[in-house]
Design a protein around this ligand. Structure first.
Ligand code: SF4
Ligand code: SF4
Ligand code: FES
Length: 285
């Protein structure tokens, strides 16, 4: 955490309260609205609740995510923060609620603070990332998985990974699909993975599930999924220079004209049968 955040004392809205004496003091008055992080405005009526960051107590509005609460407390992320929208997986965080033995996990940008939350963000998880060249993988994909990620086959089926995943992915199930050789199924089941690494951090068999799943999705894309003929044709067209003239013309246009062209372009209807729709203007097909 020390490397994840740094203190900005001047901007701090909440003061650390580390002593028992301080805990007995009446709660601070409701803080006026502030702009923080991604510009969310804290509600005037938000109740102030105690949370613990790196062992110090802070009072923060109850409606904030962990990420915004950390910033509200006067700390700034120097890593472990990316999209702020639950996509990049950079903000994996563990927490306990004081008084409970249960260790919980979530994404700091998506998890709302609770009273008594003891927070620890993991800036990086050292997962197993074996080196391989996809182009060199010619054999049976299942055997290649066994060669590159042998630990996958040591899964004991405890389900901890599934319970930890903030994306509600059934991680144990995609590992089971990998073991059975259903790599396509595993690729599809793991598709929403944001690579936060939380599953790997808890696995008793020391499997880096998410990097193995990335390998499987790559294999699926490279050799298990049939090539799209129309895409191949379009790639050939692009390589042949067919669109160079059109691109040069676009470069010369004024920005507003390009925007107009984009907004007024012919669009495929939402409910069109796949592969049946063609624009009226076929000049660039
Ligand atoms: S599968 Fe693992 S790495 Fe992917 S989102 Fe879930 S916990 Fe994170
Ligand atoms: S945490 Fe590890 S051992 Fe347990 S089910 Fe998940 S992959 Fe298997
Ligand atoms: S910052 Fe990207 S998922 Fe949280």
């Amino acid at each position: 955490m020390a490397k994840v955040v740094k203190k900005i004392k001047a901007k701090s809205k909440a003061k650390p309260k580390a002593t028992a004496k301080a805990k007995q003091k009446p709660r601070a008055k409701i803080t006026p609205p502030v702009m923080c992080g991604d510009r969310t405005i804290v509600s005037k009526d938000a109740r102030m609740i105690p949370i613990y960051i790196m062992g110090s107590e802070y009072e923060v509005p109850e409606s904030l995510t962990i990420m915004k609460a950390v910033e509200y407390a006067g700390l700034a992320y120097i890593r472990g923060c990316g999209c702020r929208g639950g996509i990049c997986g950079a903000c994996a965080t563990f927490y306990r609620i004081s008084g409970s033995y249960k260790l919980k996990a979530g994404l700091a940008c998506q998890t709302v603070v609770e009273p008594g939350m003891v927070i620890m963000q993991i800036p990086f998880f050292p997962s197993n990332r074996p080196s391989y060249e996809l182009d060199d993988i010619k054999g049976d994909p299942h055997e290649e998985l066994r060669r590159i990620y042998p630990e996958v086959f040591k899964c004991v089926g405890c389900g901890t990974c599934t319970r930890t995943c903030p994306m509600d992915i059934d991680v144990m199930d995609y590992i089971a699909l990998m073991k059975r050789g259903d790599l396509k199924g595993a690729a599809e089941k793991s598709f929403d993975c944001v690579l936060c690494g939380l599953c790997a951090s808890r696995c008793p068999a020391q499997i880096s599930q998410f990097t193995a799943a990335m390998f499987v999705r790559r294999i699926n894309g490279a050799s298990l999924t049939p090539k799209a003929k129309h895409l191949e044709r379009r790639v050939t067209d692009v390589k042949s220079g067919k669109y160079e003239k059109m691109i040069k013309k676009l470069y010369k246009m004024k920005t507003d004209d390009v925007k107009k062209l984009y907004v007024e372009r012919e669009r495929e209807p939402d409910m069109a049968e796949p592969g049946t729709w063609l624009p009226e203007d076929k000049e660039h097909l």
